[in-house]
Ligand binder design. Structure first.
Ligand code: NDP
Length: 293
């Protein structure tokens, strides 16, 4: 029996685990893939207090080091089901764990365009991670799809590696931060294609050779980077009555859900601002509030 089980080893879950460990709780972290979560896919982080600039994977590594140094227990197992009673039961692919409190910090995954053969070419011409795959397109032309801060910042990252970036957005105005918009606009090798959408992939001999736009135009690119938002990771909660909106978990000002003893923090929750700094603080706050109960 644990005091607290935390689902997700992104910055929110790890931040919570540090506070829980320091509060003397018996805590277990569960993660289905790599510790660090979404930040593993961010090229450069320059808006986290106290850190002038760090790559996402380096920050993820530091977080994981901290977990190990503090002796926080973790298991790399996928959560498949959760049963919420007085005790919280968490089933994984390998085991069943029970705790008094549960914190869901499972984050969200990239949304895809829904194009024909999109899944087939994922990892083979289509990517959701410029940091992971950008180097494959050195000296080639690529397309970035989206108009938020992710599309803008990753287009900037790619512009330093590849020959040319086409930034394709379905509206006239970008949704992302002003500083990023100005930087993108000043880059010589980023061409903006606005008010347009990708309707299909152009392929040849089982390789991506371009994209076809709504206006019928073909753009020749070897790589396509999709940054059109996210889907929250809440599939394993289908047997619960946790209140959600569009898949995002609803929490109160203490980060508690509608179910007593069940908290949620970070990108899996419904909120206005999705930043690394508030994901970290929410995890910490959730634990502080649960220890005050
Ligand atoms: P956003 O939800 O902010 O933006 C998604 C973009 O994709 C929108 O421009 C949207 O267009 C477009 N889009 C959505 N669906 C489709 C579709 N089917 N076809 C074409 N375009 C589509 O997601 P982000 O990942 O950019 O950002 C998420 C959060 O993370 C934000 O809060 C952002 O501020 C933050 N962030 C901050 C960074 C930083 O601080 N440097 C870096 C990266 C992210 P439309 O506008 O028309 O809806």
């Amino acid at each position: 029996m644990y005091d607290l089980i935390i689902i997700g080893m992104g910055i929110s879950g790890i931040s919570a685990s540090i506070y829980a460990k320091r509060a003397g709780m018996k805590v277990l972290l569960l993660e289905s893939s790599a510790p660090g979560g979404t930040i593993n896919k961010i090229s450069e982080i320059e808006n986290y207090p106290g850190i002038i600039s760090i790559s996402g994977p380096d920050l993820a590594y530091n977080l994981f080091e901290e977990v190990n140094k503090l002796g926080i227990e973790y298991k790399l197992e996928r959560v498949t089901d959760v049963l919420l009673d007085e005790a919280k039961t968490v089933k994984t692919t390998n085991n069943v764990y029970i705790s008094k409190y549960l914190l869901i910090a499972s984050g969200r995954r990239p949304k895809m365009l829904g194009l024909k053969e999109e899944e087939k070419y994922l990892g083979r011409g289509i990517s959701t991670c410029a940091l992971c795959d950008g180097a494959l397109y050195k000296n080639s032309d690529v397309a970035v799809i989206g108009g938020g801060s992710s599309a803008l910042s990753e287009a900037l990252y790619l512009a330093n590696i590849v020959n040319k970036v086409y930034l394709i957005h379905r509206k006239e105005e970008f949704r992302g931060e002003d500083t990023l918009i100005k930087e993108v606009e000043s880059k010589d090798n980023i061409e903006l294609i606005l008010n347009n959408e990708v309707t299909s992939l152009a392929t040849k001999e089982d390789k991506i050779e371009g994209i076809i736009l709504k206006d019928g135009k073909k753009i020749n690119v070897k790589g396509i980077f999709i940054y059109i938002g996210y889907i929250p990771n809440t599939d394993f909660l289908e047997n619960t009555n946790i209140k959600m909106e569009n898949g995002y978990i609803l929490v109160d000002e203490h980060h508690e859900t509608n179910i007593k003893g069940v908290y949620a923090s970070g990108d899996v929750t419904k909120k206005d601002i999705y930043q690394i700094v508030n994901a970290a603080s929410e995890g910490a706050e959730a634990v502080v509030y649960m220890t005050k109960q």
